[in-house]
Design a binder for this molecule. Structure first.
Ligand code: NAD
Length: 311
């Protein structure tokens, strides 16, 4: 079962699971996802789509699963800014519902947590032992705290009830099926570059990000699902770059002449973001295979089609 399977990462995960021969149930309320992302799987006998809000009691008719992936949450700052209550509910009520369902089925529960649990980190690069620098009342609190709470639910069920749990702390992931207007760096800069519009960079652009291609993130989630490890595991690409350099690279790869403009910095925007992935490499035998530049090149045709369709 993939909760949030009609979203960006979830749809690639559904595709990979289906491609490996598994039967996949996708449960999604489409708050930020789209049926289009999984349209090519719908109708296949090994794929089922259930439109449902995981914060509500789960349908009694759900088939038993062997693995439950919990990716159901608004994920971009724009999306959780528009849906803060839904975000808190998905990470609290929704996590309880999925965790209990996984327990009833005897399924492994794989939680898609986030690097945002580290907040604006004072340790760099971030290891899983770092406890974070997060404001429980700041502008990102609905997302950050819902994920921290989800981790606490998963850890508690593992500790007290012997639940089979794995936690992935996903760092910035990019690729096809991201929403054009979700406010994240790659879709925004790529669509601006492809339309020769000014590319906007928050603040000076010296803040860093490390970008992981979605195929590598999905491979990390699958490696975690196959293992018996709890983690938490950082799943991301440690190739760290200043945001300004990422914007310039996107512009060059798109063959664009867009100017780069600096807009006001965003409140609570982390200054640095880079995973230490040694735990995942050692315990899951996983590391990213796609260089950032290659991943960006693979993503351009998707956004080219998106901007062409919009025009
Ligand atoms: P997304 O918004 O594209 O996908 C999330 C999916 O969950 C959507 O299809 C949405 O409709 C669904 N959903 C949300 N609330 C739901 C609910 N209450 N009931 C049922 N479905 C619900 O986001 P994404 O980028 O694919 O992220 C997937 C997961 O990975 C999220 O949990 C996110 O926090 C995590 N993550 C993503 C990134 C990233 O860079 N994309 C980084 C860190 C963590």
């Amino acid at each position: 079962m993939v909760a949030g399977g009609a979203g960006f990462i979830g749809s690639h995960l559904c595709e990979a699971l289906h491609g490996s021969g598994a039967a996949v149930v996708c449960i999604d309320n489409m708050v930020t996802g789209s049926p289009e992302n999984i349209a090519h799987l719908v109708g296949d006998p090994r794929f089922a789509l259930i439109e449902h809000d995981i914060s509500q009691p789960l349908p009694a008719t759900l088939p038993a699963a062997s693995v439950v992936f919990h990716l159901a949450s608004p994920a971009s700052p724009l999306a959780y800014g528009e849906h803060p209550v839904e975000t808190l509910e998905a990470g609290s009520l929704g996590t309880f519902n999925l965790m209990r369902y996984a327990q009833e089925c005897g399924a492994r529960f794989v939680l898609a947590s986030t690097s945002e649990v580290y907040g604006d980190p004072l340790e760099h690069p971030q290891r899983e032992t770092y406890r974070g620098n997060v404001s429980p009342v700041g502008p990102r609190c609905a997302y950050d705290e819902s994920k921290r709470f989800s981790e606490a639910v998963a850890a508690t069920f593992a500790r007290y009830f012997g639940a089979d749990v794995g936690i992935a702390r996903i760092f910035n992931t990019f690729g096809s099926r991201m929403q054009r207007n979700d406010g994240r760096l790659v879709p925004a800069a790529m669509c601006q570059a492809l339309t020769d519009a000014p590319i906007s960079v928050y603040g000076s652009g010296e803040q860093t990000r490390s970008l992981c291609h979605v195929s590598d993130t999905v491979a990390g989630l699958l490696a975690l699902a196959r293992s018996a490890q709890f983690g938490p595991f950082n799943i991301g690409n440690p190739d760290e770059m200043p945001v300004l350099e990422i914007a310039q690279t996107i512009r060059d790869l798109c063959g664009s002449s867009s100017p780069i403009i600096h807009t006001d910095p965003v409140d609570d925007d982390p200054r640095v973001r880079c995973p230490d992935i040694s735990r995942a490499t050692e315990q899951l035998d996983w590391q990213p295979e796609v260089a950032t530049r290659d991943g960006l090149l693979r993503t351009i045709p998707y956004f080219r089609a998106v901007v062409t369709a919009a025009a």
